[in-house]
Design a protein around this ligand. Sequence first.
Ligand code: 4AD
Ligand code: MG
Length: 430
Amino acid sequence: MATVLIKNLDKHIGEEVSVRGWLYNQRSSGKISFLIVRDGTGLVQGVLVKKDVGEELASLAGNLTQESSLIIRGVVREEPRSVGGYEILIAGLEIVSIAEEYPITHKEHGVDFLADRRHLWLRTPRQTAIIRVRSEIEQSIRDFFYENDFVLADAPIITPAACEGTTTLFELDYHGDKAFLSQSGQLYNEAAAMALGRIYCLGPTFRAEKSKTRRHLMEFWMIEAEMAYFDMDDNINLQEKMLHFVIRRVLERCEREMKTLERDVARLEKITLPFPRISYTEAVEILKKEGVDFVWGDDFGAPHETAISKYFDAPVFVHRYPATIKAFYMKPDPENPAVVLGADLLAPEGYGEIIGGGQRIDDFKLLEQRIAEHNLPQEAFAWYLDLRRYGSVPHSGFGLGIERTVAWLCGLDHIRETIPFPRMLHKMYP
Ligand code: 4AD
Ligand code: MG
């Protein structure tokens, strides 16, 4: 007899199977008990008819508490009215462990209560759906890069220098030396791109953000790509192709999860290529038209990004930001050096910036000057400058925040649900 996953029950109609999982819920009507079992892939209703299984098995079932672990055995049948669409007529039941009184019941709980019990909250259908979508997003990204001749070149987590400004660094003691948790793998990606051509990394990044928002985590995962001989337009073209691929994969393979999340998938389905592209200056015009008080040269905050993205049904690229608000490595636009050849991608529906990227400075002198202007330690960047000494080429790259992408594709209000164990301001338990 086969042990099957609940999501595959449709392939076993009329067969006797066993399912290994946990008791999600139950109800009883005297002669019949309904055991709703979850196994991480879905829910199925086990039907236990007392007169058919006998006293012993029936009383065993009577002892089951929520989240007790169990194995049920029986024949699968279609039942459109039951959760998941299938039922198992229970012929055998093995109790693996009886759970103590479970703190998360089927009534509503406050989000703080749930966040403190994240290790258990993860078991609920909504949370498992989100993590499955997250997994599909990461897998599809890896597949995209693999199919497009990119090499995976993992970047280090412990670093001697800042990549994205010195105000959000997590510092640590590295055997007596000062080190930091990586804010971005970009600088290492640039070195790897000069070695391999086109590369990417996917790993955790860290920022000691002082703000408590629905978009910021202290630890988040970023997919970062870097390409030798790519200019700004090549970079943007690649990003939209990748993101479109990811959206299609999620729509194709996460239909069940999107239903559980009650996501309006029509909004994702109508996204086509190419994505709209506007300059920072044009974005400022949109804000002015909207009556927002905004001065050219300032950085966009969340409300600005939302106002801009509302103009478009698809993600929108905003390019050529003022050099003063962007990182030290961004290449100035030769036609107007006050702006840089960088672009952010703003997600629709108010989800804000999901990608930051751009063309990098490839000139040795200019980069050296920028490092000095930003008061960055020259020694720590000596190796990075080497990349401009030995065979420098135009190159570009980007970083996509996994959690913000999950929040958008799943239609979530808050980033805390997009990762199994979020790290937020003043909160790292469990
Ligand atoms: O725009 P950022 O800071 O860009 C970089 O780090 C570049 N060095 C990437 C590169 O070119 N290789 O961050 C990139 C993305 C943002 O667009 C956002 O999606 C996400 O990372 N992000 C965060 N996500 C969650 N919490 C935070 N605190 C985040 N900070 C950035
Ligand atoms: Mg950014």
